[in-house]
Design a protein around this ligand. Structure first.
Ligand code: HEM
Length: 346
């Protein structure tokens, strides 16, 4: 798992200048970079340039269009007319994203695998392509799926966890103490440290309970008539599972509206699809394939920001007055971006 050094450097620079960091934007750039380093051994985005903003807009537009209700889903006869232009816009955004990937692939493809200097996921995909196990169209669409599904979900979860920590300074201190105990003042977090940070894991679970970025699971369709708790779901009906409502259900959770990571300390409940009260990544065969990676990315970013910095709101805003309103694309976003000022600890 690559490190997030550029995230740290950007926060350090802001701390030295007394400037605020737009956490959602910075986390998006970092998620994009962590994924692109894993897949392409290079960072696709830069905290300072506008190119990551354009890429964010491209990915955001795709997420938003996929999430929009489409009349054609309810009246299939309208499918060929594409009444809201969603299919047309999506095709255009997909083409632009694929062009970004193809530029990278075209630089890598001519090389003999024995002479490659990289050792990443793209190498594996291109080997499968050369063995005729995957087509280039399949590689393109796999990459589009992963970058769409993996960036905004992770960065919006990260923005929420930081917002909750700013609202709850005692939790921030507790998390910082845990990190200092395990990593000290200068050791960078390794993957093997993650299980030694149970409070950080509890913070991430509690954030995913209250602010699940996808809100709904991917739509399902009933294969046959099914009876569930006295209701009949007819064959062919589309089923949307509302994660947001499950996470706030008072029959499942005590004080559901209160942010309390402590509820997970010493508890066996996890997010891996075994506990139906908490399924932010889904469950069963269609569970999110990026789940473990997402948890690692979130822990890595959180540990980096809390180990080296303290954080305060701009212009003396009171933490209790922080805007926690939500807006919905396909990932749940904060309406008001979280802007906070880092203060170097050491
Ligand atoms: C906090 C971060 C994330 C959350 C909460 C999340 C959540 C989800 C959920 C709920 C689904 C639908 C599962 C279902 O309907 O049963 C899903 C699907 C998916 N996720 Fe994630 N995800 C996250 C991060 C990632 C990352 C980092 C990647 C890739 C590296 C990724 C790749 C995918 C893909 C490719 C699918 C589609 C699977 C399919 O078509 O069946 N996700 N994710």
């Amino acid at each position: 798992m690559p490190r997030c050094n550029s995230f740290f450097n950007m926060c350090k620079e802001c701390a030295q200048k007394g400037q605020a960091v737009d956490i959602g934007k910075a986390a998006f750039t970092t998620s994009l970079n962590l994924l692109s380093k894993l897949f392409f051994s290079k960072e696709l985005a830069n905290h300072k340039s506008h190119s990551s903003q354009e890429l964010k807009e491209l990915i955001w537009n795709i997420m938003e269009d996929i999430g929009k209700p489409n009349y054609a889903d309810y009246f299939p006869i309208l499918g060929c007319i594409d009444p809201l232009g969603i299919r047309r816009r999506l095709a255009c955004s997909f083409d632009k994203l694929i062009a970004v990937f193809q530029k990278i692939i075209s630089q890598r493809l001519p090389h003999d695998s024995s002479k490659r200097t990289t050792d990443d996921v793209l190498d594996v995909l291109l080997d499968l392509y050369k063995q005729n196990e995957l087509t280039m169209a399949e590689i393109n669409h796999l990459l589009v799926d992963i970058f769409d599904a993996g960036t905004d979900t992770t960065s919006s979860t990260f923005e929420w966890v930081m917002a909750e920590l700013i609202r709850n300074p005692d939790m921030m201190v507790k998390a910082q103490n845990e990190i200092e105990q395990i990593l000290g003042k200068d050791k960078q977090i390794q993957e093997s440290d993650i299980i030694k940070l149970p409070y950080l894991q509890a913070l991430i679970k509690e954030t995913l309970r209250l602010h699940p970025p996808t809100v709904f699971l991917l739509p399902r369709k009933a294969d046959i008539d099914v009876e569930l708790h006295g209701y009949v779901i007819p064959k062919g009906a589309q089923v949307l599972v509302n994660l947001w409502a499950i996470g706030r259900d008072p029959h499942v959770w005590e004080n559901p509206k209160i942010f309390s990571p402590e509820r997970f300390m010493g508890s066996e409940i996890d997010v891996k699809g075994r506990d139906f009260g908490l399924i932010p990544f889904g469950a069963g065969r269609r569970i999110c394939p990026g789940m473990n990676l997402a948890i690692r990315m979130l822990t890595l970013m959180l540990a980096t920001l809390l180990q080296f910095f303290n954080w305060k709101l701009e212009k003396g805003v009171n933490p209790q007055d922080l805007d926690m309103d939500e807006k919905f694309g396909i990932a749940l976003q904060k309406t008001e971006p979280l802007r906070i000022i880092p203060i170097l600890k050491y």
